[in-house]
Design a protein. Sequence first.
Length: 357
Amino acid sequence: MRKQFLFLFLAIIITNVIQGQVKSTKIGYIDMEYILQNVTNYTEAQNLLEQKAQKWKQEIEVKKIEINKISEALKIEKPLLTKELIEERATEIKFLEKELVEYQQRRFGANGDLIQQKLVLAKPIQDQVFATVQDIAEAKQYDFIFDKSSDLTMLFAAKRFDISDQVLRVINRSEKREQLTKKQQKELEEKERKEDNLTENPGQLDKQKALDAKKEEREKIIAERKQLQEAKKKEIEDKRKKLAEEKQLKKNSTTSVNTVTEKVTADNSSKEKLLAAETARKKQVEEKQLLLEERKRNIEDNKKIEEEKRNKAIEERKKIIENNKKAAEEKRNKIIEEKAAAKKAAEEKLKPNTNKN
């Protein structure tokens, strides 16, 4: 099928060349995987799906651990159980293992939930991509547009024929327009139109890059000049402040002795405040220390309680095992007694027949 398609494609191109050079064939291609990875809605939904898959894996691990616990318990208790109980436990384990395999297939199988949800997730984006490709092909007069990630083998593809970014811009444009004003929408459309023209004309793209580089260099020079002006302005402001402070110091030096006394009193008051703050801080430290000690005691008490509970559970489990063992022994003795009684009864029945003979 692929060879037939390639032959048909080559035949169309040759036909176009033979008919004349009036219109050259325009070819482009897209990379569907690249587009899907860069669509915001798709990546967010895919992350949610991955989280769901991780949850399913955890459920499978839990089921495996439960089955292993039951199997280990059967190995330990096997000498104490009857044949019927052993067969019943083994049947239960097989049933659980079969149920686990079915669950794995239902979640991660070839037609499982993960594959089906991935298909459902990609379908709307793929439909949107196909519609966008048709619009671009009609607007830009493309003759052929291929998907690079499909089964069609592309041995070489020049980057200038890749319109994946154009498709991405069209898909993301609708989401952006909902959040923009009319003026911003017009500016965005003009910017996208320029980007599309630059993408189609590599020579113009190089010129635009050179212009952008010059513009960036010019803006950098302007920014440096502004920084120098700000630095000079700051230096002048600092000098003005320094002169004002010196004048104020001279005024302060002519103050009276009363002012000095007030200052000493204020210093003493500040010292008292510092002492009071230090005392309060020490008190807080002591309170924190007491809280820490009380917390440690609570933790130790909880540990003791947990240890007692654990020991109690172990003792109860031992009692259950002993009771099971005792019950099994009594059952075994009862069976032996019943067999002996049955044997004795059979012998008693045979005795009269022997006497008659």
